[in-house]
Design a protein around this ligand. Structure first.
Ligand SMILES: Cc1cc2nc3c(=O)[nH]c(=O)nc-3n(C[C@H](O)[C@H](O)[C@H](O)COP(=O)(O)OP(=O)(O)OC[C@H]3O[C@@H](n4cnc5c(N)ncnc54)[C@H](O)[C@@H]3O)c2cc1C
Length: 251
């Protein structure tokens, strides 16, 4: 199409796998833990299976693919459970914030949930993919439109990749239906341009927010860590803000 494509690599890979849970459960919650090397996420598949997305350095990803299933499960459980050494200032600051927010918003009754524990990995399900950011400056040309990852690629930490693509497909098919209904041709640029405008208006802020989160969680700088803990805890207790973010991400 000859469109410009802005892109960069994160120098990370996403290790994916299908995981067996230690025991069947009502598996409906997605979990993500932010490690200094990148986030590790468990996404529910069934009551007995979860899907793994583990973002890490290229070397570590290659190592995770080369080890036995048993060692892989051990490494994963370590990544999910092990207490990471943290700056004492961060521990004290987050504890004080917790106490403060608990007293202001009365959240102390909230039950702390634990993520499922992993007992195995489904044979042949392990793979790794390079992670990168990418965005086409134009989504459309004469008689052609880009959808999904062909138009935009994001870090998987916000789980938005597929949603953005589904949104493109929904928007484009609605506009093309409208074009046909009005007796216009499918390749008519005015419909295609409308698709591009509507989707870029949605995709770009989501991509920038995801990029911001990637940068925010990619640092161990104490003031940033304290501020992001405050932001996350505040978002958690301010239900309307949390709901607004969830609705936007699911749109
Ligand atoms: C490690 C990782 C974890 C992810 N986790 C999540 C997540 O938790 N949630 C989420 O929403 N998104 C996630 N994503 C993003 C998600 O996978 C993508 O956004 C989504 O798959 C994009 O779908 P797509 O159909 O646009 O492109 P693709 O899935 O890339 O499909 C394109 C297809 O076209 C084929 N193809 C390419 N060139 C040609 C050609 N010339 N001729 C014929 N066929 C061709 C390719 O082989 C491929 O099968 C993740 C991505 C990665 C890498």
């Amino acid at each position: 199409m000859g469109v410009q494509y802005l892109s960069w690599d994160y120098n990370q890979m996403g290790v994916v796998a299908t995981l067996n849970l230690s025991e069947p459960m009502n598996n409906v919650v997605a979990w993500q833990r932010f490690l200094p090397t990148g986030p590790v996420a468990l996404l529910p598949l069934t009551d007995e299976l979860s899907s793994l997305v583990w973002s890490t350095s290229i070397e570590h990803a290659k190592e995770l693919l080369s080890i036995s299933n048993e060692s892989f499960v051990d490494a994963l459980n370590d990544a999910l459970w092990k207490k990471c050494p943290r700056d004492k200032i961060i521990d004290v600051a987050t504890q004080r914030l917790d106490n403060l927010l608990e007293s202001v918003f009365e959240t102390s009754n909230a039950v702390r949930q634990l993520h499922p524990s992993i007992s195995g990995v489904v044979e042949g399900s392990r793979a790794a993919f390079p992670l990168g950011f990418g965005h086409a400056t134009c989504y459309v040309g004469k008689g052609v439109a880009l959808v999904g990852d062909a138009a935009h690629r994001v870090h998987p930490l916000a789980g938005q990749g597929v949603n953005l693509g589904f949104g493109d497909v929904k928007c484009l098919s609605e506009l093309l239906c409208e074009a046909v209904f009005n007796g216009s041709s499918l390749g008519n640029m005015s419909h295609l341009m409308k698709y591009e405008t509507l989707r870029q208006r949605h995709n770009l802020p989501t991509m920038l927010a995801t990029e911001g989160l990637q940068k925010l969680y990619g640092t161990t700088l104490t003031p940033v860590v304290v501020l992001r803990s405050l932001g996350l805890q505040l978002t958690h207790v301010l239900s309307p803000v949390k709901k607004m973010i969830m609705n936007y991400a699911a749109a």
